[in-house]
Design a protein around this ligand. Structure first.
Ligand SMILES: Nc1ncnc2c1ncn2[C@@H]1O[C@H](COP(=O)(O)OP(=O)(O)OP(=O)(O)O)[C@@H](O)[C@H]1O
Length: 322
């Protein structure tokens, strides 16, 4: 069973096409990151899954039920972006209010609320008014609220927004613990370094289209580019490798070797071995998620020099013309 599945999901607001046929699947226990620039359609996708807005076409299911199903929503936690809790509440009284909405008994609320607030690191201030909380404390309270009823799947829209680096790390650790407890987390964040650290898979939306989807490891792999180093005192035979058809660039005592179309790295390794050279370093080069994201945006957006972008091919779709 997929926790979340969308097929050719479309949403238009008047003339605006917010989602143009998005298909994705989130498996149980995954931390799944949804990335995209402002206006790419991320919040629209979450809102359709939660039944807050209606889809225009296609399919969307949550925990095997059509998105928006009221009974399913009880099994889902949600931290909205830019939420604003009433500031006259304390952390404790706010949780007590939500606990009543969720139908938790008074005894259970008394026991559970301090535990939940401890987990998110604000138990020491739980009786202070929210108006005295920092942005980071409000975010932690929002996460506690989203987790209160022990949901199977949790949607977190920018959970670390306004949180300092130490707090971000704590929220990451908390997400990790939720994952270890078997929860599925659907994360929307602009902090790509964090997404890279915590997410199993990511999807990148660009103007309503899914342009990349996969594991972080696969997406950040730079296919066809290796970094090679030979043992100290030995010389990498760059000219011979170039003669074999590879592109070679020196890089800090090592060499970046770019594979020509249809060729692997094996002929280079065979050459090194023939020459009696010892391999000290061989890795397939990686790019950061941020590099990937920026390259996608650069390809799709007009350059600052006014030239049109090269276009980004949607997942499963035809290559767009520039
Ligand atoms: N209620 C609405 N009425 C009209 N247009 C809307 C509405 N909600 C969203 N849109 C438009 O749909 C597109 C997608 O918006 P959405 O909020 O889903 O993007 P987002 O990726 O979540 O952006 P952000 O990162 O800024 O939160 C945008 O062009 C936005 O202006």
């Amino acid at each position: 069973m997929a926790v979340i599945e969308t097929r050719e999901l479309r949403k238009t607001y008047g003339k605006i096409e917010a989602l143009k046929g998005v298909s994705l699947r989130v498996e149980p226990g995954q931390v799944y990151g949804l990335l995209g620039q402002n206006g790419a359609g991320k919040t629209t996708l979450i809102k359709i899954l939660l039944g807050i807005v209606q889809k225009t076409a296609g399919d969307a299911t949550l925990l095997d039920h059509a998105a928006g199903d009221a009974a399913t929503r009880r099994r889902v936690g949600y931290l909205p972006e830019d939420h604003a809790f009433p500031v006259y509440h304390s952390g404790y009284s706010l949780m007590d209010f939500y606990g009543q909405l969720y139908g938790v008994s008074a005894d259970d609320r008394r026991k559970k609320i301090p535990e939940m607030l401890e987990q998110v690191g604000i138990a020491g201030r739980m009786h202070s008014k929210i108006r005295t909380y920092s942005k980071g404390m409000k975010q932690r309270l929002g996460i506690a609220q989203a987790m209160f009823h022990d949901p199977q799947v949790i949607f977190l829209d920018e959970p670390t927004d306004g949180v300092d680096p130490v707090g971000r790390r704590e929220i990451r650790d908390l997400m990790q613990r939720l994952k270890e407890d078997g929860k599925t987390i659907f994360l929307n964040s602009h902090l790509l370094g964090e997404v890279e650290l915590i997410c199993d898979r990511v999807a990148i939306l660009q103007r309503g289209e899914l342009v990349r989807e996969g594991t972080v490891a696969d997406l950040t792999k730079q296919v066809g580019l290796f970094v090679i180093g030979v043992a100290d005192g030995q010389q990498f035979p760059a000219d011979d490798v170039i003669r074999l058809g590879y592109k070679v660039t020196p890089a800090a005592g090592r060499y970046e070797v770019e594979l020509p179309e249809g060729k692997g790295i094996d002929p280079v390794l065979a050459l090194l071995s023939e020459k009696g050279l010892r391999l000290r370093h061989l890795v397939e080069k990686k790019q950061s998620l941020e590099d990937l994201f920026v390259s996608i945006v650069d390809a799709a957006e007009p350059g600052t020099d006014g030239r049109p972008g090269k276009g980004v091919r949607p997942v499963g779709g035809p290559r767009r013309r520039s």
